[in-house]
Write a protein that binds this ligand. Structure first.
Ligand SMILES: Cc1cc2nc3c(=O)[nH]c(=O)nc-3n(C[C@H](O)[C@H](O)[C@H](O)COP(=O)(O)OP(=O)(O)OC[C@H]3O[C@@H](n4cnc5c(N)ncnc54)[C@H](O)[C@@H]3O)c2cc1C
Length: 454
């Protein structure tokens, strides 16, 4: 491979902070808000002009799997705060609390028709459909109120390393190349962008038949007569299937999902999937942006012409941000594997519990997934944590447990741990786990046998 040598240069230090978080998606929001609320001077660096990552810019507007099969809420904390703040603005929809866990066939059917995500294992599950635009405002409020110094339009490009210690991050923007020095750095880029440059071990194997092997360009079609479309779909299932087949034959995408908010019921979304070799290869990303839009046009034109209810429809939005599901994964102090999904015992350093609802009988046998703090910690580098879908896990755990509420939980744990470690004058690897768990419990994170100290 041909290379060039870059000249050494002086780089301006834009700021010195306690905690520097790179990436303002679900993981980064969780990390930055938690670090700042726990007293750390915190900087957040985000490459785009808004926060929320896939949850806003990727048009992935569903926060699912918050209750277990019995209807008990297992994920609360900052995820619930995001939902509560949306509720104040009438910008979220979820099943009524009294229905969580219900196996009443009619009630389950009602929510299934509302959104596939509101049911699992023939029960009603607490999943929230969120407004992407209002979420952007709310997430800005959350970081601002917490006192986080945020740099938007800024790419975190390189960790600043001294031996095996991370001392900050280089970031690039319209203002040029600058540095932020930090006592702790949190990689919340989703893709573990800092790992290769920090000399941290990672893996990126994904079997091609896995959900996470697909890039996606989601798009929304507005002006749909949803009742007419759904009546056709319900009363003519064979014809509907045939239409979908023909849409794909014409180079488009089959199926649409009516999962937007009740006041957006003329909008449906299509999920344009692209199997790929790498979700961090710029040539692949470019290919999918081009192919995704070609496929979008073919899909839209086919549905407008052939599907009842789409006669006056129009494309209102395609994902401002390409949907990436998984790429680099840390090989950390603990690597969660398939075997852990069959384990019903919490870890001593459990920092989150996730309902397991997507795996049929296996989910019924193992209804909860416990997450240890160690899966956020690299083995050979100090002062750097991972708080996003790049957490330390094999491809099986990654397939099921890298969703929005999961990543917020990684962030809450990493941000809180960083602030506590700095207060105690220790490396985040040596944070007092009991103190961390107590503080997370105070912040509304359900943990095994941990009672919040009042
Ligand atoms: C099509 C699709 C459908 C999905 N469906 C669901 C669903 O229904 N429900 C659900 O909960 N999850 C779903 N997911 C998964 C979920 O969206 C992600 O796993 C989750 O958003 C991961 O959060 P994260 O914080 O790790 O990463 P991201 O959401 O990707 O956020 C990373 C953030 O970091 C920023 N960033 C990245 N690199 C840099 C850099 N170098 N410098 C500065 N900033 C950077 C990004 O712009 C982004 O804001 C879906 C994903 C896709 C793609």
């Amino acid at each position: 491979m041909k290379t060039i040598k870059e000249a050494a240069r002086e780089t301006r230090v834009a700021r010195e902070a306690d905690v520097v978080v790179v990436g303002g998606g679900p993981g980064g929001i969780g990390a930055a808000v938690s670090a700042a609320r726990n007293g750390a001077d915190t900087v957040l660096i985000e490459r785009y002009g808004y926060l929320g990552g896939m949850g806003t810019g990727g048009l992935v507007t569903i926060i699912p799997l918050l209750t277990d099969v019995h209807g008990k809420q297992q994920i609360i904390g900052l995820t619930q705060e995001w939902i509560d703040r949306l509720e104040v603005r009438d910008a979220v929809d979820y099943p009524k609390k009294e229905h969580w866990g219900s196996d009443d066939k009619e009630i389950v059917r009602y929510y299934f028709d509302r959104s596939f995500f509101m049911t699992r294992l023939d029960r009603v599950i607490y999943a929230a459909i969120i407004d992407a635009e209002i979420s952007k405002v709310i997430l800005n409020d959350m970081v601002e109120e917490a006192g986080v110094k945020t740099y938007l339009h800024s790419w975190g490009t390189e960790p600043i390393m001294e031996g095996n210690e991370c001392k900050g991050v280089i970031f690039e923007s319209k203002s040029g190349r600058q540095a932020v020095l930090g006592k702790v750095v949190i990689d919340a880029t989703g893709d573990g962008d800092l790992l290769p440059y920090a000399g941290i071990e990672f893996e990126d194997n994904i079997p091609p038949n896995f959900r996470i092997a697909n890039l996606a360009l989601i798009f929304w079609v507005d002006g749909v007569d949803l009742k007419k479309a759904m009546d056709f779909r319900m009363n003519n299932p064979k014809e509907f299937m045939e239409l979908n087949r023909k849409a794909m034959e014409a180079g488009g995408q089959g199926g649409f999902m009516p999962s937007n908010l009740p006041n957006q019921d003329a909008v449906v979304w299509f999920h344009n999937r692209f199997p790929n070799k790498s979700q961090v290869d710029v040539e692949e990303l470019t290919r999918v942006e081009f192919e995704g839009r070609k496929k979008m046009i073919k899909t839209y034109e086919f549905f407008k012409e052939n599907m009842p209810g789409f006669e006056k429809s129009f494309i209102v939005l395609s994902g401002p941000q390409l949907g990436t599901r998984s790429s680099r994964r840390l090989i950390g102090e603990y690597r969660l594997t398939k075997e852990d999904m069959a384990n019903n015992e919490p870890f001593e350093d459990t920092i989150a519990i996730f309902p397991d609802l997507d795996r049929g009988q296996e989910s019924l046998d193992h209804p909860l997934m416990y997450i240890p703090y160690r899966c956020l910690l690299p083995k050979n580098v100090d002062n750097l944590l991972v708080a996003c879908r790049a957490f330390s896990s094999d491809e099986h755990v990654q397939e099921w447990f890298n969703l929005i509420p999961h990543c917020i939980a990684f962030g809450e744990a990493a941000g809180t741990a960083s602030a506590l470690a700095l207060q105690a004058g220790v490396n985040p690897k040596n944070v007092d786990i009991k103190a961390l768990q107590k503080q997370l419990a105070r912040q509304g994170v359900p943990l095994p046998e941990i009672k919040a100290a009042v």
